[in-house]
Design a protein. Structure first.
Length: 431
């Protein structure tokens, strides 16, 4: 590595540590590298704009954000939550089970762990805390753990970004996320059932079974959105990006005309909020594309691949080592930065060792999501603390058991690739 690159890396960490937004820290480091190495500083604009406009895949990101915001409007989320309460609220620890099932359902709409936690997660935490039915820290920790499912079950913005840098199929990545997402949801529900009995959580208010068809019918159109999304992609009618546009249009029609839950004022706010969210993600992507130019100029991926290949490392050992690295980095950096800047360093080695790129991508996305709840710096812990005012120490204390459960699920997916690859292979994947 050259001196300008080392200076750029040092500058990035100093600026990011000082509180400068990650995107601006990366842009500043890239400009410093180009200036010191005598290259044209205008390459920053060229690389970011070319990378953004040349990628049809990236159009899916704002469309999925827009679709999720439409689905969270007005009575749409209320109907879905009522369906979850009617379905699993009758069991001991029922509202905690509702928390997990709601995350499973909303994961098919949001594709974002933070959106899940700050949106529907906050509502369920308030329900769980009412009349002190559940400890506040437990409600918050379970919400953080279940929010991890959001970017695993399609649609998944992190998987779209992984496809961008790995050339893996978005369609097969989406398929590969379904079983792991359901597995994590099932494990969390089993752990919660065991905890509810051990800690003697009371049974919540039960919705009569005779009301279940009515509640289901009210939520049914919203529940169809993930089905339409996946049917379009795997039925060959749409590309993943086109499916994102269909999902956004369906969500708009559903919220505005079918449920009549969207006023012109709300529509304006949703469009503005979606634009802001897209701009934030877009800035990070643009900065990461420039940073990746620096990394490619220094041949860092090749150096990493050669170094690891010379160690004659077994693929499983490499896979485990990379996961440990990402678990540590996931506590410090956001998912977008890790996916666009750090993951490309390992892709050449992944290919050289014969590790399946779809398997690798899904596992890494899950790994990074687990990093979001890893104490003491997990971003989701701070998000939930901010929106609920539950003391951070209470959230962290209750988070550890969920963290170990999630790490156990992650290890199973590494050791048994078929958990991830079963559905893609069923649909013709040959990787």
């Amino acid at each position: 590595m050259s001196t300008p690159f080392l200076i750029a890396i040092a500058g990035f960490f100093i600026l990011a540590g000082a509180g400068l937004p990650i995107a601006f820290a990366m842009f500043s480091a890239a400009i410093a590298y180009l200036f010191i190495s005598g290259q044209d500083v205008g390459l920053v604009a060229e690389q970011s704009l070319n990378g953004m406009f040349d990628s049809f895949v990236l159009l899916a990101v704002p469309l999925f954000i827009l679709a999720a915001n439409f689905m969270n409007a007005g009575t749409v989320s209320d109907r879905l939550l009522a369906f979850c309460v009617a379905l699993v609220g009758r069991f001991r620890g029922g509202l905690a089970q509702v928390n997990v099932v709601a995350s499973l359902i909303f994961s098919g709409m949001s594709g974002s762990a933070i959106a899940d936690a700050a949106g529907i997660g906050r509502v369920i935490i308030d329900m769980m805390r009412k009349d002190n039915r559940y400890p506040a820290g437990y409600a918050a920790a379970l919400t953080a753990a279940s929010s991890v499912i959001g970017p695993i079950i399609p649609p998944s913005i992190p998987m779209v970004l992984y496809a961008l840098i790995s050339n893996a199929s978005i369609g097969y990545l989406f398929l590969a996320g379904i079983v792991p997402g359901l597995l994590i949801g099932g494990i969390l529900m089993l752990f919660n059932a065991w905890t509810a009995r051990r800690r003697n959580f009371q049974t919540d208010e039960v919705v009569p079974l005779r009301d279940l068809p009515r509640v289901t019918l009210r939520a049914f159109p919203a529940l169809l959105m993930p089905v339409i999304l996946l049917a379009g992609i795997y039925g060959g009618a749409t590309t993943p990006t086109e499916a994102a546009a269909v999902a956004a249009a369906y969500a708009l029609v559903l919220a505005a005309f079918f449920y009549r839950a969207l006023s012109f004022g709300q529509l304006r706010e949703i469009l503005l909020d979606s634009a802001r969210s897209t701009a934030i993600v877009g800035m990070i992507i643009a900065a990461a594309l420039v940073f990746n130019y620096l990394v490619a100029s220094e041949n860092i991926p090749g150096i990493v691949a050669d170094s690891l290949s010379s160690l004659d490392m077994h693929p499983l050992v490499f896979f485990l080592m990379v996961n440990v690295i990402f678990l540590a980095l996931g506590c410090l950096f956001d998912a977008t930065t890790l996916l666009l800047v750090v993951v490309p360093l390992f892709i050449p080695t992944v290919n050289a060792l014969g590790i399946d790129t779809v398997h690798f991508g899904v596992v890494i996305v899950i790994n990074i999501m687990i990093g979001l709840i890893t104490p003491p710096y997990g971003v989701l812990l701070f998000v939930i603390n901010a929106v609920t005012d539950i003391p951070l120490k209470d959230i962290i204390r209750e988070t550890w058991p969920f963290l170990w459960v999630l790490l156990g699920a992650l290890l199973a997916m590494i050791l048994f690739p078929e958990i991830v690859l079963f559905l893609p292979r069923l649909f013709g994947y040959q990787g």
